[in-house]
Write a protein that binds this ligand. Structure first.
Ligand SMILES: COc1ccccc1NC(=O)N[C@H](C(=O)N(CC(=O)NO)CC1CCCC1)C(C)(C)C
Ligand SMILES: [Zn+2]
Length: 191
């Protein structure tokens, strides 16, 4: 199973590379990595396993973070409803592409972090509020999804990793707490 020791950290050159598209069908190794990535996220969200292996509570991870410069991400976003056990969005996305997106932007009120970044970085990370993505799943089937808000933020954060972009690259250095117009901060319900 993957643990935090398998995750490369800020400063490792692979995090700044543009990852290569995967050729289908996936090799057995690529398929194993895909499943390991999704299992890592599920493990990290299981209190006992997370504590036992000291895992940070992950909602998404990209292959480059495991030093594999290939266009593959895993996402496992829990539901924000208390009694709901089904995740909001959970899948392995091969060669994901943002096909279109809303003009409207959003950001997390508490900013972002990263499994590959061992420090707090202040500031809003503006992202598209709604996105339409296309990707191939591990069975080789093309998938198309429309996502918004937190699941959309997670997928955009992970696709950035496939292009060598870190979340703090998107924070305005002159005014980290600047809120671009047309941006709705996520986390505070608009009354
Ligand atoms: C179960 O955990 C949660 C439940 C509800 C809300 C949030 C979370 N967890 C997270 O946001 N987790 C972050 C995360 O996995 N990432 C992914 C990452 O680093 N990928 O490379 C960072 C997030 C910042 C915005 C989107 C993803 C870390 C960096 C804090 C571990
Ligand atoms: Zn990250």
């Amino acid at each position: 199973m993957l643990t935090m020791t398998d995750v490369i950290r800020e400063g490792h050159p692979t995090l700044r590379k543009v990852a290569d598209p995967l050729i289908l069908p996936l090799t057995d190794d690529e398929k194993k990595l895909a499943y390991d990535m999704l299992e890592f996220l599920k493990n990290s969200q299981d209190a006992e396993t997370a504590e036992k292996y000291d895992l940070r509570p992950g909602v998404g991870i990209a292959a480059p973070q495991l030093n594999v410069s290939k266009r593959m991400i895993a996402v496992h976003v829990p539901s924000d409803l208390p009694d709901e056990t089904e995740p909001q969005f959970s899948d392995i996305l091969i060669n994901p592409k943002i096909i279109s997106h809303s003009v409207k932007q959003t950001c997390l009120s508490e900013g972002e972090g990263c499994l590959s970044v061992d420090r707090e970085v202040e500031g809003y990370v503006p992202r598209n509020k709604r996105i339409r993505i296309e990707y191939v799943d591990t069975e080789g089937n093309r998938q198309s999804r429309r996502l918004k808000d937190f699941p959309a933020i997670v997928v955009q954060h992970e696709i950035d990793h496939l292009n060598g972009i870190m979340f703090f690259d998107r924070i305005d250095p002159d005014n980290p707490m600047a809120l671009p117009k047309d941006l709705e901060v996520l986390g505070y319900e608009e009354d």
